[in-house]
Design a protein around this ligand. Structure first.
Ligand SMILES: Cc1cc2nc3c(=O)[nH]c(=O)nc-3n(C[C@H](O)[C@H](O)[C@H](O)COP(=O)(O)OP(=O)(O)OC[C@H]3O[C@@H](n4cnc5c(N)ncnc54)[C@H](O)[C@@H]3O)c2cc1C
Length: 273
């Protein structure tokens, strides 16, 4: 199989490399100093948003979204995106400068692929514009979460609403004040076959009943400004229109989200090794 890059991708990669040289590498020290200061928890440095605006103005924005998601996509295929991910991922905090970071990119892809028009207008548009951030809450402390069919958070229908009860952890980004929406996976149809028991539902971050139990540490770091949260859901109510695709589609959505995510993580590791 040939992996020759076309002229557009080569030019984009040159442009991206120039952006890295001019704006990202010179700020590596500043970034780490900022993050080490406990007074800056969950906040990005003042220059960070300026870099995002610059990247957007240069068209180095949302490059992760493959061309089948027109009109939102900048029009590249997954193979074409790979070398751009290698370039931008040489510095670990650079992906969000280009609005290409997890968990937002996977969440945007889910909304583009499975969302209703109303869900896309309310949540996808501001995510693509970089105005808000999001989180994906699947993993639970009491089960082996490598297997998405093990999730136990209860999603119960009550009239025009769904009610959520359960616990999540390792929810990246949920502590950040810019996080406005979460995609939460839970069990809605325990009577169904194993791979049709779960659903993924949109839960605004400020919905009553969600408690931030604690920020988690990775190798003793809080990972600010991203961060991973343990969250408690107690009688959290959202309208039935917040269901993504339909009841029982949660496992399908988790796999649809993970596939491209793995591919882009592979591109990151390629550039670090
Ligand atoms: C930095 C970071 C960010 C994260 N962000 C998110 C996020 O945003 N949202 C989210 O939902 N989750 C997130 N996670 C959680 C991550 O997705 C889970 O840790 C992962 O899915 C593994 O689940 P687990 O921790 O329950 O491990 P387990 O499933 O308990 O696995 C533990 C070990 O057992 C092995 N194992 C499990 N089952 C079997 C089996 N049947 N047979 C053989 N071996 C097995 C696994 O391979 C692994 O080595 C994050 C984790 C980290 C570290």
């Amino acid at each position: 199989m040939g992996f020759e890059l076309n002229d557009r991708v080569v030019a984009l990669n040159v442009q991206l490399q120039a952006f890295m040289d001019k704006h990202i590498y010179p700020r590596e020290h500043d970034w780490h100093e900022w993050c080490l200061d406990q007074d800056n928890l969950w906040v990005t440095p003042p220059w960070f948003d300026e870099l995002r605006e610059l990247a957007k103005a240069e068209g180095l924005w949302n490059l992760f979204l493959p061309r089948e998601y027109a009109p939102w996509s900048p029009g590249l295929s997954n193979v074409e995106i790979a070398p751009l991910f290698e370039t931008m991922s040489k510095v670990l905090w650079a992906q969000p400068v280009f609005n290409c970071n997890a968990p937002d990119r996977g969440n945007m892809e889910v909304l583009a692929k499975y969302g209703t028009e109303a869900q896309q207008k309310q949540w996808l548009d501001p995510l693509l514009a970089g105005e808000i951030r999001s989180a994906y809450a699947m993993t639970e402390p009491q089960v082996a979460s490598s297997d998405a069919t093990n999730m136990e958070l209860e999603i119960t229908r009550d009239g025009d609403e769904y009610v959520l009860n359960g616990r999540k952890w390792w929810t990246t980004g949920a502590i950040n004040p810019r996080c406005k929406i979460m995609l939460v996976m839970g069990k809605s149809n325990p009577e169904n076959p194993r791979h049709r028991q779960h659903s993924t539902i949109l839960v605004p971050r400020d919905t009553p009943g969600i408690t931030l139990v604690r920020p988690l540490r990775v190798f003793d770091s809080l990972h600010s400004p991203g961060g991973e949260a343990e969250l408690l859901f107690e009688n959290v109510r959202v309208p039935v229109t917040n269901m993504i695709k339909g009841e029982g589609c949660g496992f399908e959505i988790a796999q649809g989200r993970l596939g491209p995510g793995r591919f882009r993580v592979a591109a990151v590791f390629t550039c670090l090794t």
